[in-house]
Design a protein around this ligand. Structure first.
Ligand SMILES: *Cc1c(COP(=O)(O)O)cnc(C)c1O
Length: 454
């Protein structure tokens, strides 16, 4: 077969702007609220935790296109454009009439899409005279990306890493330390949030919600220090739209337009990043592309959560976000897709799902690893356990095409590679991995504690 398999953009074609979908949405997301006053939060209030540029982007509902600073775009040139790949191998393995494409964000220096926002946020902090930043990390992908970005822009970084991942994934910790970051297992005894949780439940293995509380608390108590978040918030997803903007141009080079766009879903940044530039045509021109957010069945906020105001963290330091949530004290099972173990979802995606523009799909852990195995054998890439959820969804859709005899074009985001997640593959291959049932009572228990503000 001599059809073209990979599509790239030249340096001058790398996007110069990110896409802010809120400006084009018919129904805007509900306002983000201040955690204490419960009134819509202002840019000035947000800057108590975040840098000013990102606070402004967070609340921007009017500008559809926002310039990418030249310094950030220059860093993007080290690895962008990322390839758009026609997955001929996977199509053959599935014997499907579907055309399957993936946008390969795993080729970034640290192995995932996370660097797209890490570089932007570190740059803005530096530009505003910030010297120290704090963050949380689950599987370690975000921490690794931010460690590198902090080094590039000359910032000191402290990372609170979810304890279960700290122990399961020592190599990610070492990557962060190699870039010069300080890494702390969360919950830790170094913050009040961590101490409170540890004294209540000494064996608690941590969650992203807890790690965020610790990172925010440290940022609030340290002079000249800002907190930086790797997912969920609007400005993070905004930075990730570079993925979809490139993909749209690359799909055009391939002479196609997707019928289905798929991303795995933790807080929504890679999913929103690949989706929003295509969603734009659904909103503005009535295109009928389908958008599927692949979440783990063990942490199903999009399909079984409630739409309500909730905190982004365990303790309640962050602004209140109107979103699909399982409740901020929901403790997800220890699945290997650490980046998807988050209780909530971005407000934009939540609103678009509420309005029927997008849909969540639940993938059990074993199905995700089976999909990863099929993909690895067909395409030669070991996917991140998170990305495997997107692959599993793409495989479901490709099988449907075969059953129905329909040719559809499927695009998914390969958010990262799994070369540092081989202990998870070890468990899968030796048959030790299992699915987790999540009883409805557990969801009801956590969501019933939410204040009804939406
Ligand atoms: C962090 C991460 C995710 C989940 O985060 P989103 O903000 O939902 O994209 C998915 N895949 C990989 C590889 C990650 O590192």
């Amino acid at each position: 077969m001599d059809n073209q398999k990979r599509f790239f953009l030249t340096e001058s074609e790398i996007p110069t702007q990110w896409y802010n979908i809120v400006a084009d949405m018919k129904t805007k997301p509900l306002p983000i609220l201040h955690p204490q006053t419960k009134k819509p939060i202002t840019v000035d209030q947000m800057t108590g935790i975040f840098n000013r540029a990102c606070s402004e982007q967070e609340l921007n509902t009017t500008d559809a296109w926002i310039d990418i600073p030249e310094e950030v775009r220059n860093e993007y040139k080290k690895y962008r454009s990322t390839p758009l790949v026609r997955a001929y191998g996977l199509e053959k393995a599935l014997d499907t009439p579907a055309h399957i494409y993936f946008k390969n964000e795993s080729v970034s220096p640290i192995g995932s899409h996370k660097l797209n926002s890490a570089l932007a946020q570190a740059y803005y902090c530096k530009k505003e005279g910030v010297t120290n930043i704090t963050t949380e990390t689950g599987a370690g992908q975000w921490g690794a990306a931010l460690s590198y970005a902090a080094k590039i822009f000359g910032l000191e970084l402290a990372v609170f890493m979810v304890k279960v991942s700290y122990n399961q994934k020592p190599y990610r910790r070492l990557i962060m330390q190699t870039f010069g970051a300080q890494v702390i297992a969360s919950p830790s005894m170094s913050t009040r949030a961590g101490k409170d949780i540890l004294t209540k439940t000494p064996t608690y293995q941590g969650s992203l919600g807890t790690a965020i509380s610790e990172a925010v608390e440290l940022a609030m108590q340290t002079p000249n220090c800002k907190y930086v978040l790797g997912s969920v918030l609007n400005h993070v997803t905004l930075h990730q739209t570079v993925i979809g903007i490139e993909a749209e141009k690359q799909m055009a080079m391939a002479g196609e337009y997707p019928d289905i766009v798929i991303g795995c879903f933790g807080g929504g940044s890679n999913f929103g990043g690949i989706s929003f530039p295509f969603m734009r045509h659904n909103i503005l021109e009535g295109k009928q592309t389908q958008f599927l957010a692949a979440e783990p069945a063990a942490c199903p906020k999009l399909t079984r959560g409630v739409f309500e105001y909730d905190f982004g963290d365990e303790v309640g330091y962050t602004p209140l976000l109107p979103m699909f949530t399982l409740g901020h004290d929901f403790a997800p099972a220890n699945i290997h897709a650490g980046g998807l173990r988050y209780h909530g979802a971005g407000t934009i995606v939540s609103q678009l799902i509420k309005d029927g523009y997008m849909k969540g799909v639940d993938i059990p852990q074993l199905e995700s690893f089976k999909a990863a195995e099929i993909f690895a054998q067909a395409e030669g890439i070991i996917p991140a356990p998170e990305s495997a959820h997107a692959i599993a969804t793409a495989i479901r859709e490709a099988k449907k095409c075969k059953e129905e005899g329909k040719q559809k074009t499927i695009l998914f985001c390969l958010s990262g590679h799994g070369l540092i997640d081989m202990t998870a593959y070890d468990q899968y291959l030796s048959g030790d991995l299992r699915n987790y049932e999540l009883p409805q009572e557990e969801i009801d228990k956590c969501t019933s504690r939410l204040e009804k503000l939406a």
